[in-house]
Design a protein around this ligand. Structure first.
Ligand SMILES: CCCCCCCCCCC/C=C/C(=O)SCCNC(=O)CCNC(=O)[C@H](O)C(C)(C)COP(=O)(O)OP(=O)(O)OC[C@H]1O[C@@H](n2cnc3c(N)ncnc32)[C@H](O)[C@@H]1OP(=O)(O)O
Length: 278
């Protein structure tokens, strides 16, 4: 359950706006700029389960209502931005739970991708699969170097990345690079991600990353009117419209695919490999 609390508990730069019972997210807003930082903090690896996705979804609703001037999406977990979807949502589940989970993912992604305010992903850790999607769905990406990785690794698990994951990546790095990337399940190191345009800037530490985040917002915050958000909508609308058209059909395909015993076996093997890695 998510609660919006508008209380001024901090005397410093940021005021706390939100709190959630399980605290899988921490949120703070800069009083002067009205830019909000959202910290994912679901141990151990910020994997996206129904609860975390629902929390993100509520926050997106609240930020739209409170006329937020900008969002920075980042992580409070050391070395991890997000490990992508929580694979336990797929494993030994039932149709109703899976259906609810997928709908939550779809709706939450749509809110992030169509946010009317500027969004920045400060990628301060590994970011596979849906973790990568979260970052790609923001307007700008700054990633810490050198040893983190980002990309769509779904092929390695034996589950296809959905068409909208792929189309979001295509819109950023182009069709050929996306095809190469998803078909090989490639995870890119920070500098490689920069070279193919998957991220916009690198930073050697958090201080440099924050300074780059501030420069990004400084450039655009004074833009008058709604022209920026109108153009963002135009740039993304072809993906959004296709997504809306196929959303329900996709959910059924996902259920069929995930519930298939062969897929269940692949997920089981992947889990075992994760747990047994040296
Ligand atoms: C016709 C077709 C129709 C379409 C069909 C579509 C079907 C659905 C499409 C779904 C698309 C999927 C998107 C996804 O996001 S799937 C998730 C992909 N994510 C991963 O593969 C990440 C795996 N994890 C890692 O690589 C590492 O854990 C990581 C680099 C993130 C961190 O490494 P680190 O060494 O720090 O930590 P550990 O590996 O030891 O992990 C700690 C514990 O966390 C567990 N873990 C890790 N990742 C996940 C996860 N994604 N879900 C659940 N649990 C996860 C890991 O097992 C460890 O657990 P234990 O402590 O119990 O061992």
């Amino acid at each position: 359950m998510y609660h919006l609390k508008k209380f001024n508990v901090t005397s410093g730069k940021y005021r706390k706006l939100f709190s959630s019972v399980a605290k899988v997210i921490d949120v703070s807003t800069d009083d002067k700029t009205n830019i909000t930082r959202v910290y994912l903090q679901r141990p151990p690896v910020n994997s996206l389960n129904s609860h975390l996705l629902t929390e993100i979804s509520y926050i997106m609703d609240d930020l739209e209502k409170t006329k937020c001037k900008g969002l920075v999406l980042t992580s409070n977990i050391v070395n991890i931005f997000s490990a992508g979807l929580d694979l336990t949502e797929f494993y030994k589940t039932d149709i109703q739970k899976l259906s609810n989970f997928w709908t939550t993912l779809q709706n939450t992604w749509l809110k992030l991708y169509t946010a009317t305010f500027p969004t920045v992903a400060l990628i301060n850790g590994h970011s596979p699969a849906a973790g990568c999607l979260l970052a790609l769905s923001c307007d700008y990406r700054i990633m810490l170097s050198p040893h983190y990785t980002i990309g769509f690794n779904e092929a390695k698990i034996g589950i296809p990345a959905p068409f909208w994951f792929i189309e979001v990546m295509q819109s950023i790095i182009g069709s050929r690079k996306t095809e190469l990337s998803v078909l090989t399940g490639q995870m890119y190191k920070t500098d490689e991600a920069l070279a193919i345009g998957l991220i916009d800037e690198t930073a050697i530490n958090l201080t440099e990353a924050e300074s780059k985040v501030n420069s990004f917002f400084k450039n655009i915050i004074a833009f008058p009117g709604k022209s920026r958000s109108l153009m963002k909508k135009d740039c993304r609308d072809h993906i959004v419209q296709k997504f809306l058209l196929k959303k329900d059909e996709e959910r059924e395909l996902v259920i069929e695919f995930i519930m298939n015993p062969k897929t269940q076996k692949n997920i089981e093997l992947y889990f075992k490999a994760l747990q047994n890695k040296v």
